[in-house]
Design a protein around this ligand. Structure first.
Ligand code: GTP
Length: 598
């Protein structure tokens, strides 16, 4: 057992975690030349296309050091703030962490937040100064920053380049000599932590676990503690690039389990696996439930696909425990789900995964955060508003509270002015300003969550020319002046287009929404008035003029097949539209409120 090392790689987004993982896999001969490709562990197409890690990935390597054979379990983690729950789960399965810092960009917001997660779990931290090959690298200054942050020695920092391969051997040596081996009782009853799971359509649920005490064997009768259900371990094994079936996974090691579970809800990430006959007395402390930050409705384009959408979401939830959803219905869109997400990137990813992995075409409604409302009748009774339609009538409303966050922004001194004006525009209040060095400044703001979940991140990147990183944590609810802005198409309120807005922004955003919708809604055979209203008061209006695009107009003559082809093509273009009353609304219109500044 002393020859196992479990470690993860943590860093700010784009500092080179996945590339470093590639180099470690190469160096330890864990992949053959044929299997080699860049960012090997980012196995989802979506991850490769966008160049970001969404899921944590576990992989096992063998390495010989000073004549002894070691098994190294590596878990690569995502860097984006929306996915930090993945990081916290990976951390729970490890004893050590490589903290990767970009030698040109130095310490950024998520370097710090992920480091704190690792320290809370008592992980041994190995600082890696990556990208030293870059001409813009500044290893001396960045090393000073790391020493300041960690309180470590300069010798502890390993200079590396995941591109050229520099420092890789040094890193492996540090993992073996500095990360402690797993501690656990070999003879105790089985106790294993489930840190991830995926749904495989052929084999059912695959569960990834870390054995804390005892061992798990093929054919063993096991029990999941939280659900109290018993299963038969059909297959256990280790996670190499492919799965490697084994007879037994022992104390301290990481592996996968297949039991033939088909129902996604039976597996809870954070649950403990134990022996059915000789169960452990203590469950592993599970994970805190993640709290969604943004809510939006997801509806099938075709109302008949509702049940299929439900089962797809259940399967997706298994692989992404942070997704929450409840059934809801909308007058405009029929039956669907109100879903909670960790942020806008998460929402986008879920929508894309539903389409790619489950072949579902869905419509997403205007996202909003979760508000607390109180009525005059019952001023102490909290009404949770996750959907604009849940907001009580303005006349009966006593007060509304909205979630606030503490935003931490690290930027170059030159951009402090720009960053501050952006935050103030977004109703932020500055609470702290610290010069980390003469060049780099850390700013803290209290801000409404609603202002940052939408386009804040992109705007921050623009005003700071990319030199700002951002992290946030919730600090509770504060009273606010909110109104519900409805959108009327052809005189009918379309509930799926309603938005909850701060009263100061309502008129401006209402007007921009009408303008944007005018661009997006295709002309039809009649005029379509678009209005924004607060209660009965119309605050803005635009009109989509009547016109039918007759795609067959130029197709005179008798060739019916050509005509049919064109009509077919037109139908395809309409696929992502929803007929509401007699108006057709494209998907982009539901998200229009988010792109008002484009
Ligand atoms: N020059 C240079 N480029 C590097 C090095 N390491 C990584 N990169 C590049 O930096 C970019 C980001 O690398 P990734 O490995 O995807 O970063 P990541 O930290 O895994 O990103 P996320 O998983 O999205 O948080 C890629 O374009 C890499 O090619 C390095 O040592 N030197």
């Amino acid at each position: 057992m002393k020859h196992i090392r479990n470690f993860c790689i943590i860093a700010h987004i784009d500092h080179g975690k996945s590339t470093l993982a590639d180099r470690l896999l190469d160096f330890t001969g864990s992949v053959t030349d044929r299997e080699k490709q860049e960012q090997l562990l980012d196995s989802m197409d979506l991850e490769r296309e966008r160049g970001i890690t969404i899921k944590s990935h576990a992989i096992q390597m063998d390495y010989e050091y000073e004549g002894e054979k070691y098994v190294l379990n590596l878990i690569d983690t995502p860097g984006h703030v929306d996915f930090s729950y993945e990081v916290s789960r990976s951390i729970a399965a490890c004893e050590g962490a490589l903290l990767v810092v970009d030698a040109a960009q130095s310490i950024q917001a998520q370097t710090i937040s992920n480091l704190y997660l690792a320290l809370e779990n008592d992980l041994e931290i190995i600082p890696v100064l990556n990208k030293v090959d870059l001409p813009s690298a500044n290893p001396e200054v960045v090393s000073d920053d790391i020493v300041d942050l960690l309180g470590c020695e300069y010798e502890d920092i390993i200079p590396a380049s995941a591109k050229t391969g520099l420092g890789i051997e040094e890193i492996l040596k540090a993992i073996i000599t500095r990360v402690p081996g797993p501690r656990g009782k070999v003879d105790a009853p089985l106790r294993a932590l489930i840190f991830d799971s995926v749904y495989n359509p052929f084999r059912g649920v695959e569960t990834y676990f870390r054995v804390i005490n005892g061992s798990i064997k093929k054919g063993q009768n096991i029990k999941f503690v939280a659900t109290q259900k018993n299963y038969f371990a059909d297959e256990v094994g280790t996670l190499r690039l492919k799965q490697f079936p084994r007879q037994e996974i022992k104390t301290g090691d990481v592996g996968y389990l297949i039991t033939g579970i088909k129902d996604a809800r039976e597996v809870k990430v954070g649950d403990t696996i134990t022996d059915a006959k000789n169960p452990t007395t203590e469950a592993v402390a599970g994970f805190e439930d993640v709290k969604p930050m943004v809510f939006a409705g997801i509806y099938p384009v075709d109302t008949e696909d509702y049940e299929e959408l439900r089962s797809s979401m259940e399967k997706l939830q298994l692989n992404d425990a942070s997704l929450v959803f409840l059934p809801e219905s909308s007058a405009a869109l029929g039956f669907g789900f109100r879903c909670g997400f960790l942020g806008m990137l998460h929402l986008e990813i879920i929508q894309e995964r539903l389409e790619r992995e489950f072949d579902m075409t869905v419509i997403t409604t205007v996202p909003n955060v979760s508000y607390h409302a109180f009525t005059n009748k019952n001023p102490d009774e909290l009404i949770l508003v996750n959907n604009p339609s849940d907001l009580p009538e303005p006349s009966s409303l006593n007060r509304v509270e909205e979630p606030y966050i503490k935003a931490t922004i690290i930027t170059k001194a030159d951009y402090v002015g720009n960053v501050m004006s952006l935050c103030i525009e977004k109703r932020g209040e500055i609470t702290n300003q610290t010069y980390l060095t003469t060049e780099r400044v850390e700013l803290s703001f209290d801000m409404p969550l609603a202002e940052i979940v939408f386009d804040f991140y992109d705007r921050l990147k623009t005003v700071s020319r990319g030199y700002a990183s951002f992290d946030y944590s919730p600090i509770g609810m504060r009273q606010s002046k909110l109104v519900k802005v409805d959108v009327l198409l052809n005189g009918n309120v379309v509930d799926a287009l309603s938005a909850l807005l701060h009263v100061d922004n309502a008129y401006d955003i209402g007007k921009k929404m009408c303008e944007k919708l005018k661009e997006l809604i295709p002309r039809q055979q009649f005029d379509i008035p678009i209005q924004a209203a607060i209660g009965a008061k119309i605050i803005a209006r635009e009109t989509v003029k009547a016109l039918r695009k007759d795609v067959t107009a130029k197709c005179y003559g008798g060739d019916i097949s050509r005509k049919r082809k064109l009509l077919e093509k037109q139908k395809k273009g309409k696929k992502r539209m929803r007929q509401v009353g007699n108006v057709e609304i494209p998907q982009e219109a539901f998200m229009a409120v988010l792109k008002l500044n484009d």
